[in-house]
Design a protein around this ligand. Structure first.
Ligand code: ATP
Ligand code: MG
Length: 250
């Protein structure tokens, strides 16, 4: 099982769009895929037309009230673990538990042999929920869409390194992903700067700006079900292939 977290504490950089469409793109290579929404906004579930009530969301799993396999909802042939706004309150409730950073990782032990890939969408913060994500993940993909998103990367890397040292030795950055790329100088400059800082870690795939990607969630569908062969479709298909190759080192 390979667990890939999509993370950046900056809001609106394309985390959810990437988590959802990557999870669906990976169906070409894997039969058993799980998508976990760890953001109280619940956008990843909504994007795939899945809604969670309090009792059947990732929050109930973190609180130990439910098993993860009991709350999955099937959409587009992947298993979605939805979130709910109550997750933001739960972040405070779990803080008093022993090893509160390990709750997601512990919950995933249950399904370790059932899934080939797990993709996790993260909230726009670096709190306990994100630390849970990093503690459970093997690899992270960091979407970056502009200068401000890039500025936050050093704080994110600090947190990643702390988690790697203390909680999860196998954690690694799979790559930086430029999202919402347009043809203005900003996107190109962001790409160039990322390449000069982290040359071998910038993914070959870039996600172009494409309004269709923003329309698809309104229909509860991934880009693959919503509109064939648009740029968003092609870019996330390419990302799926690149991620598959990186996982399998081919
Ligand atoms: N490549 C793209 N082209 C055009 N619009 C996009 C693209 N990627 C994402 N969007 C849109 O930009 C907005 C923010 O994207 P998204 O929700 O994926 O970001 P996020 O990082 O998950 O945000 P948050 O931090 O709030 O969770 C959404 O409306 C989304 O549909
Ligand atoms: Mg999001």
């Amino acid at each position: 099982m390979e667990t890939i977290a999509i993370i950046n504490q900056k809001g609106g950089v394309g985390k959810t769009t990437t988590a959802v469409n990557l999870a669906v793109a990976l169906k070409k290579y894997y039969a058993k895929i799980m998508l976990i929404d760890m953001d109280p906004q619940g956008n990843a579930g909504t994007h795939l037309g899945v809604r969670a009530d309090m009792d059947n969301s990732i929050g109930a799993v973190l609180l130990g009230e439910k098993k993860i396999k009991d709350i999955v909802i099937r959409s587009e042939n992947i298993d979605v673990v939805p979130s709910n706004i109550n997750l933001s309150g739960i972040e405070y409730n779990i803080a008093n538990e022993i090893a509160p950073q390990m709750l997601l990782r512990d919950a995933l032990k249950d399904v370790e042999y059932e899934y080939e890939v797990i993709v996790i969408d993260s909230p726009p913060s670096l709190g306990l929920l994100s630390v849970n994500v990093l503690t459970a993940a093997d690899k992270v993909i960091i979407p970056v869409n502009d200068y401000l998103a890039m500025e936050g990367v050093s704080a994110l890397l600090e947190t990643i390194n702390k988690v790697k040292k203390k909680l999860n030795g196998k954690l690694d950055v799979m790559g930086y992903l430029v999202t919402m790329k347009d043809f203005t100088s900003i996107s190109n400059e962001v790409l160039e700067r990322l390449q000069s800082h982290f040359s071998n870690k910038v993914l070959d795939t870039t996600i172009r700006e494409n309004t269709v990607l923003a329309q698809a969630p309104g229909y509860g569908k991934s880009i693959f079900e919503y509109k064939k062969n648009c740029n968003g479709f092609k870019d996330y298909e390419a990302l799926g292939e690149e991620v598959y190759r990186k996982i399998n080192k081919v």
